[in-house]
Structures are given as C-alpha cells and as structure tokens.
Design a protein. Structure first.
Length: 156
C-alpha cells in the first residue's frame, strides 16, 4: 500500500540540502581504489585503450610496475603481479594498498635489470638514450603558434 506524504517547499529544500551534505561527507572519506585484471582497459596514460594483457604481451612490465608502486589507488591481481616481477616463488615485493612506495619500485627495477639478459639491458639503454635525444631536440624547436597547434593535434 502506497502512502502519500505531503511536505511544503521549505521542507523539501531542507531534505535536499541534507542529502547533498551527507553525499559530500561520503565523498571526502571515499578512497578510489581499482584492482586491475588482464582484461582491464587503460583509460589513461600511454597505453590508453589497451588491456593490461596487451601491455604485458608487448613486454612492458616496467610500466606496470611503475603504476603499481607510483599510484596509490591501483593494484593488480596476483597473476599479473607475478608476470611483472612483484611476486614470485621466493620473493614478495608487494606493498600495502592504497599506498605507494617509489623507492621500493626503483629497487625492484634495479634487481630485475641486474637479472636480465645483456641484450635486454642494451635495448633499455638505447630506449633511454633515444628519449634523452628527443628531449634535447625538443628544446631546439621553435614555439610558433603553428608548431604548437600541430603538436597539440598530435602531429610531429
């Protein structure tokens, strides 16, 4: 059986204000937390639109480790943590989430680099060198209105 409740405009206004106030209190205490799986698509960053599985297949565990250690509200399932080198048979470099620990992330990257093959280390060194050269060349570009418009639209 439905009941009809009659209220005047000021009472409705008070009820709405109370609801808005309570919702804002909830949002202040809310923790945004996301546990990513293999099928999760990135909605940010350089792999926007790709799944975690695609990033692992393209052999970029360093990027996923940097997200894990550098962003407070992101974690991965245990199978992904194993694939990116955070979790293994005789080691466990997990951190308490929500939280971040970039120092431990740098330490894990260093350990993984020491255990990697010489060809992989050369490849990483070449990638870093190319990024450095691009950064230095970017300083030489002229910041004209046309160049900035092209750059903002994704042209090089």
């Amino acid at each position: 059986m439905k009941k009809v409740i009659k209220i005047n405009e000021s009472q409705l206004h008070n009820i709405i204000n109370n609801i808005i106030e309570q919702a804002s209190l909830l949002n202040e205490d809310a923790i945004l937390f996301r546990k990513m799986t293999l099928k999760t698509k990135f909605s940010f960053g350089k792999y926007r639109g790709q799944t975690v599985e695609d990033v692992i297949r393209s052999d970029h565990p360093v990027y996923l480790r940097s997200l894990y250690y550098g962003i407070e509200g992101i974690t991965f399932t245990d199978d992904i943590l194993e694939k990116i080198g955070v979790l293994g048979n005789n080691y466990d470099y997990r951190i308490k989430k929500p939280g971040k620990n970039r120092e431990l992330g740098d330490k894990v990257d260093k350990i993984k680099m020491e255990k990697s093959s010489p060809s992989y280390r050369r490849e990483i060194k070449n990638i870093k060198l190319r990024k450095l050269i691009q950064h230095k060349n970017a300083d030489k570009t002229k910041f004209t209105k046309r160049n900035l418009q092209q750059w903002n639209q994704g042209h090089k």
